[in-house]
Structure formats: C-alpha cells, structure tokens
Design a protein around this ligand. Structure first.
Ligand code: 4AD
Ligand code: MG
Length: 463
C-alpha cells in the first residue's frame, strides 16, 4: 500500500511490511559495491526516506545509475530497520519506477545543494522543492490552520470580505486600481479627469488594503468575526518587511475595548506558536539549526509570558533616553520607525511588546479618540527582529466624533460605515496581523519575500 514519507519515518507503519512511496529524489549516492542510496521526499515531513537499491534490479544500469536530483520515482520494497545513522527505517527497494526524469541535470536550476535566498526568489516555481522552502510551506500551513482553529474554538465567524472595493481603509493612498478601461484612450468626464462612470463598476474600484471596514459590519451583528485573506498595497517600499500582496488576519470583537483587543492578540499568538512547536518539531529543529539559533527559545518565551504593554508616550520617553543613535529622530507626535520598534521589542523588553495610545494625527480616522483628545486607542504589537507584526485599535463608535475625523468626500463614500454608528452602535475593537511577518517571526527567516509562495514587490509581478 502507498505510504507517505512522514508515516514511515514516524513509525506509523510496522517494520517488515512491504510499502510504496512516491516522491522526488533529493540526492543519490552510488556505492562501489553496486548499491545505490536514494533519498526520497514527498513534502509530508522535513526528512527524506532512504531507499536502498541493489544492482540486481532490472533497471539498475539503465535507469537507477542515471537518476539525478529532482527525478520523480515510485519505490516499492520492504520497510527495514536502518543500519546507517540518521534514520530509524529505510526501504529495501524491490522496484523503482521512474515517473519523471530531469531533462538535463546540469541545467536543473536548483541542482546545487546551496543557493542564496535571493537566487531562489527567481525560481519561485522550483524553490519549494528545497529543504528550506518545504519547511516554510508546512509551517505556513500549520499557522493558517491554527489561526482558523483558534477562532473556531472561540466562537468567531470567518467572514470573506471583498477583494475589490471602493474604499481606502487606511487612507494612505496605496491603492491598486481595478479597471477595464483602455489606458491609451481613457474616457474624459465633462468637468475633466477620467470618467469612471464608464468603467466596469461605474465608479473607481481598487484592490483592498484591509477588510476591516467591511468586517466591522459583521462584527456588529455576529459579535466575534475575522477575515483572513489577501490584501494589496502599492507601497513603494523595497524592504524585507513589505509586500505588494500579503495575507492579513483581522479579528473584530464587539462590546470590547483596547485592552480586550491586546488580550486577544496575546492569546491568538500564544496559541498559534504553541501549535507550531507541537506540530512541526522537525521543521522547527531545522530553522533553529540553520536559520536562527534562538528561534525555539524565543517562541517559548512568548508562550510563557504575558505581553508587556506600554503607552506610546512612555515608549517615546524610553527611546529619547536610551542613548541609542537612531537614523530617524524620536519625539512625541512622530510615528515609530522600524529601528525604534525593534529597539523597544528587542533591546528594551526582549519579547513582543504592545504599544498603545498613539497620537491621533498619525493614525487612521476610524480609531477611537481618547479622553485626552490628543491620542487614539490604537495598538501595535512589535516583535524582536521584525518590528510591527500587528496593528489594531478600538474603533470610534460615536457617530459625531467619527464624522469630525472624516472629510466630506469620505463621509459620502462611507455612508454605510456611518450607518453602523447610527443603528445599534457598540464599543468594538480589532486588529490586523500580517501573516508573512508572523511566519518570518516564527521561522527566523528575514525577508517576507521568502514567506509567501510567489512574492509580489515593486517591479515584480512575475517571479
Ligand atoms: O497596520 P495595518 O496597516 O493595519 C490595518 O490595515 C488595519 N485595518 C488592521 C485592522 O485593524 N483590522 O496592517 C496590519 C498588519 C501590519 O501590522 C503588518 O504586520 C502587516 O499588516 N502589513 C504588511 N505585511 C507585509 N507587507 C506589507 N506591505 C504590509 N503592510 C502591513
Ligand atoms: Mg500599522
């Protein structure tokens, strides 16, 4: 019967059974004694299984000796205890069927053992075959699954907010336009400018930067909801933390304030980190060994400790008095730059930290105004090595206060959002967790381009 490599290596199949595995060759070694050792992987776990192939097989000369890394094979044989070190069991091959050859081993783009991550980004269709990207793919999946499980177990509903939208949630003007108009011959409106009434949707449409505004509508009927989907930002920042297309997890809770929001962020992160440590021991051992020596201890410390919470105003004082020379100056009213965020989480606390109550002028219109009228009930969760991984807030639930922070155009466009404050409004809060930044934090990988299968960045919508 057909087994996965994972089931065999985990001891789920009895020794002496005849088994079949299907997968790809990670490496091969031919001994002088006329035996070949194949390492076969199928994506189900970090390690490959060893198949021992004797030269008595019919196709030994004609095929086995010609196999190279990347070839697809089906191996059948007896599962035996391994004589060699590094694995408990191996397959004594009775047949090896070659399903797919590698045309030309020399030109196989990932033939060599070690490649830079930068090079592998140019081979996004093949890099998943490497150890590292196999591990990233599995951890990404466990994280996604753990996120859905956490919410499901805590009575949240997953809401599928639209990808095409008319509104700019963050107000940062980083929108990708969605249009069917002929760019070389745009229809002109009577008063000048492009006539979007002639476009597919009859008005301007964009790819969403966040599902928050829409998910708030469902929060104010279903109590606890979340979105988890792709979001898009035409942010022209070529950094290791920014993607033009990234996935975001956005919970929204009713009858809740900023402290409840911070507590939710803490609970969610602790839950998903624990799941990764439990479920992906093999992959995490690899990340620990090869990518970041501290990664497992770091995650344990997050799971075992409450998150520190500090006020933005106190964070500024800490930064002003820390004696560090920053590239960007710090003073009350300025947004925190990545270097500041990293100082606070890495050096000051040593773990993720929640910074709360930012100046209203640097935050979005929907955040709830505090009694001091200078700050809003915003929070960012900052993580060592990454900086901001979560941005959230308590929402402004008072119609008059909300409207005072919207211009006429925004009021008109978000008439439905204002309705939510008119009909049964309640205090509510939520946040957005950047899924790729979380994955980087969990694996120790440094660049978000390595945390998503096909990264989209300025100048690159292909590979
Ligand atoms: O802080 P942001 O912009 O918050 C929002 O969009 C809110 N509407 C979320 C909410 O309250 N429901 O983004 C949230 C998170 C950031 O903390 C960061 O982790 C991630 O999304 N993020 C990005 N990740 C990768 N590439 C980018 N260009 C990102 N921009 C934001
Ligand atoms: Mg933010």
């Amino acid at each position: 019967s057909i087994s996965t490599v994972s089931a065999l290596l985990k001891g789920e199949v009895a020794v002496d059974k005849t088994v079949t595995v299907r997968g790809w060759l990670r490496s091969k070694r031919d001994s002088k004694a006329g035996i070949s050792f194949l390492a076969v992987h199928d994506g189900t776990c970090f390690d490959a299984i060893q198949a021992v192939v004797p030269n008595t097989l019919d196709n030994y000369e004609s095929e086995i000796l010609k196999l190279t890394t990347g070839c697809a094979v089906v191996v059948t044989g007896q599962l035996v205890e391994s004589q060699g070190k590094g694995q408990n069991v191996e397959i004594q091959a009775a047949t090896v069927e070659v399903v797919g050859w590698v045309d030309d081993a020399e030109s196989y783009p990932i033939a060599k053992k070690r490649h830079t991550f930068e090079y592998l980004r140019t081979q996004a269709h093949l890099r998943v075959r490497t150890n590292t990207f196999g591990a990233i793919t599995r951890v990404r999946n466990t994280l996604a699954n753990a996120i859905h499980n956490y919410f499901h177990d805590n009575q949240f509903y997953w809401v599928n907010t639209p990808i095409i939208t008319g509104s700019d949630c963050e107000g940062a003007g980083e929108l990708f336009r969605v249009s069917t108009l002929d760019m070389t011959n745009l229809p002109q409106a009577p008063g000048g400018g492009v006539d979007y009434e002639q476009d597919f949707f009859g008005s301007e449409a964009f790819l969403t930067v966040s599902g928050q505004l829409e998910v708030e509508s469902h929060c104010l009927a279903m109590s606890k909801v979340y979105t988890f989907g792709p979001t898009f930002r035409a942010e022209n920042s070529n950094t290791s933390r920014h993607l033009a297309e990234f996935w975001m997890v956005e919970p929204e809770i009713a009858f809740a304030d900023l402290n409840d929001d911070a507590q939710l962020a803490e609970d969610l992160l602790q839950h998903v980190l624990q799941r990764v440590l439990d479920e992906r021991e093999d992959d995490m051992a690899f990340f620990q060994q090869r990518i970041d020596k501290t990664v497992i201890d770091r995650l344990r410390a997050v799971i075992d400790n409450r998150f520190e919470r500090i006020d933005y105003t106190d964070a500024i004082k800490i930064l002003e008095n820390c004696g560090e020379s920053f590239e960007y100056p710090v003073s009350w009213g300025a947004d925190l730059q990545s270097e500041h965020e990293r100082y606070l989480s890495e050096k000051h606390i040593g773990r993720p930290v929640v910074v709360m109550n930012y100046p209203k002028d640097i935050k979005a219109f929907y955040m709830r105004l505090n009694d001091d009228e200078r700050t809003v009930a915003a929070m960012d969760v900052l993580a060592p090595g990454i900086g901001e991984i979560i941005g959230g807030s308590q929402r402004e639930e008072r119609l008059d206060v909300l409207e005072a922070r919207m211009d006429e155009h925004l009021k008109e466009e978000l008439w439905w959002y204002r309705d939510l404050r008119r009909y049964g409004t309640v205090p509510h809060a939520g946040f957005g967790l950047g899924f790729e930044r979380l994955l980087n934090y969990v694996t120790g990988m440094e660049n978000v381009r390595d945390a998503i299968p096909f990264p989209r960045t300025p100048g690159n919508a292909h590979f």
